[in-house]
Design a binder for this molecule. Structure first.
Ligand code: DON
Length: 589
């Protein structure tokens, strides 16, 4: 096994004129009254959105049918993990672009009895994967990491849901898989999001006969209002229901996956499938303005980068600068820029690279980054070197949040990576394989054709997990119980979206509907550009940012900066919000 000590290569060099003086409020709750929050008139979503309220528990997802499945489990006495398992299986049927059996993800849990855990069910590179497997004849990586059989890592989702159930489940496994079986077998009426997603990827799906047969019946994209069925997926789910993890990773389903890989020159084998195990990891824990936060550790970069950004901003009294004022945006952009420089350069699978987690989580380390923030000025990313590069990713993943009535919560983010993953449906299974291999650095140190430039720490190796940005996160209230359950989809913007939801609620007292609807920002070190959602900043604010030296880049407000189905418990009431950028839902009891 190759093991790289990324830390050895780390150096931080920032060359800017002047540093700002730390303000009070370092890591503690501030007393400054928050200003009233008003979104610009040009912003399409309401600022007075209170979300859905309930007395006991809540599920919020990107797909209403899956939300209802999860909420029903809670109503029937299931805990947050039971509901998360049923919701994830339902998403594999009703949101096939992102929900999955053939992908992977991460789960962060705080149980009603206080137990906390982080579960890694990220895909792994197959056993014969090699560092340069996507390098073509011209010496550069090509698109085999994105479309087709070589793009797929060994799926982790079923093992993850099984493992979560083994440790925390309270309802029978088969009862939690049953709603997904019914949806796949009996079908459901598709909406415009479902049809639009297939339309968007129809050319890729048409390339593979089993994918075309499933997603383009009679050669056309399904229309909103059509009934959708996936009986072969129902059969796969039945085997999972009967035999758990083994029902997917061995036996008929594994045989079908491996046979298709042999037929189309993929490299995943039955041995790779049988060897897959989800892993419990120690959650990333840190304090944000007096609140304990738990999030996902590597191989996701999410929790560590979230903590870095939060700790960098701890030197400022955030609430002294009005929400989305140029001053606040300037500080936030600089914290993101530096956090991502570290993320892109140093992080990878902790089973393969040494990650100095304790050091990266220390306030001292964050201070060493943030002391170079010159207020009123953009620091050129070219002057910040932490040994790595930029990320740019395609769109599809799904995050959901669960809070039960027993003081428990689950935050789960799952993905095929790009929409519909590799676009390969395994014949006889109705299931899509992921294209998560593209999250590795296909060409370390150089941008591949999709803009990914990451370091050796995230190079491909057999059995290794590719670095992720998924950030399922739970924030505890003063009573030690879950207060906020959040996370997002959206590639690297997942991390910054998650931070903004947390800050909107904690620093600016927003209710959860407003916090999720609010316009968002993103910076990821490279490209050296401050992303904002079109209509989300006023012209005056954009002019101020330009004067500070920012190159600003407008993004679509319909999801370029992610979706973030979230739940907030405040004053004994549970509030849930799906993201208005997608047509999800929240449902409580
Ligand atoms: O693990 C990751 O960070 C990516 N595979 C997530 C991709 C994603 O969020 C795309 N969706 N919007």
């Amino acid at each position: 096994m190759r093991r790289t000590t990324a830390w050895m290569f780390m150096f931080v060099c920032v060359a800017v004129a002047g540093c700002s003086k730390p303000e009070s409020g370092h890591g503690s709750t501030t007393t400054t009254a928050p200003g009233a929050i008003a979104f610009p008139d040009s912003w399409p979503y309401p600022s007075a959105d209170t979300g859905v309220t309930a007395a006991h528990g809540m599920v919020a997802t990107d797909a209403p049918i899956a939300t209802h499945v999860g909420a029903t489990v809670l109503r029937n006495g299931g805990n947050a993990v039971d509901a998360a398992i049923a919701t994830a299986f339902a998403l594999a049927v009703v949101l096939p672009a992102a929900g999955n059996l053939g992908g992977g993800g991460f789960l962060v849990v705080h149980m009603g009895d206080g137990r906390e855990a982080a579960l890694d069910f990220r895909e792994r590179a197959p056993g014969t994967a090699t560092r340069d497997m996507y390098i073509g004849a011209n010496g550069h990586a090509d698109d085999r990491s994105i479309t087709g059989p070589l793009a797929a890592g060994v799926p982790g989702s079923v093992a993850g849901l099984w493992e979560a159930h083994e440790r925390f489940g309270s309802r029978p496994w088969a009862e939690l898989v049953a709603p997904a079986i019914a949806l796949a077998e009996q079908g459901f009426v598709v909406d415009s999001d479902f049809a639009g997603a297939i339309r968007g990827d129809s050319a890729r799906l048409a390339h593979f006969p089993a994918s075309a047969a499933l997603f383009l019946p009679h050669g056309r994209v399904p229309l909103a209002g059509d009934r959708w069925r996936d009986p072969e997926l129902a059969a796969v789910l039945r085997r999972i229901s009967a035999s758990g993890q083994k029902g997917f990773y061995t036996g008929r389903t594994a045989e079908l996956i491996a046979a298709e890989m042999r037929r189309v020159h993929g490299i995943m084998t039955e041995k790779d499938l049988a060897a897959y195990q989800a892993k419990w990891r120690d959650p990333i824990e840190f304090t944000y303005r007096g609140h304990k936060v738990i999030s996902m550790p590597p191989p996701s970069s999410g929790g560590l980068t979230l903590a870095l950004v939060a700790h960098e901003l701890a030197r400022f009294d955030v609430r002294a600068a009005p929400w989305h004022s140029p001053r606040e945006i300037n500080r936030f952009a600089e914290a993101m820029r530096r956090g991502f420089a570290v993320r892109n350069g140093l992080l990878g699978d902790p089973d393969f690279v040494t990650i100095p987690t304790a050091r990266l989580l220390s306030q001292q380390y964050a201070d060493s980054l943030s002391k170079s923030i010159a207020e009123g000025h953009a620091t050129p990313s070219a002057s910040i070197h932490v040994g790595g590069g930029a990320t740019a990713e395609k769109q599809q993943t799904t995050h959901f949040s669960v809070m039960d009535g027993q003081g428990g919560a689950a935050a789960l983010t799952t993905t095929l990576n790009g929409g519909f993953g590799s676009a390969v449906v395994v014949p006889g299974t109705g299931l899509l394989l992921n294209d998560e291999m593209d999250d590795f650095a296909a060409e370390p140190g150089r941008p591949n054709m999709f803009g990914l430039v990451q370091g050796e720490a995230n190079a491909i190796a057999p059995g290794k997990r590719m670095l992720s940005s998924m950030t399922p996160t739970i924030v505890l209230g003063d009573d030690g119980k879950p207060m906020l359950v959040t996370g997002a989809q959206g590639g690297p913007t997942i991390i910054t979206t998650t931070y903004q939801i947390m800050s909107n609620v904690i620093d600016y007292d927003m209710n959860i509907g407003t916090a999720v609807s609010a316009p968002r920002l993103h910076h990821q070190h490279l490209p050296d550009s401050l992303y904002y959602e079109r209509g989300g900043l006023t012209k005056a604010t954009l002019d101020s940012l330009t004067a500070m030296g920012y190159a600003t880049s407008p993004q679509s407000p319909t999801g370029d900066l992610g979706y973030a189905a979230s739940i907030l418990r405040r004053n004994g009431v549970v509030h849930g919000a799906s993201d208005p950028r997608v047509h999800g839902s929240a449902e409580g009891y």
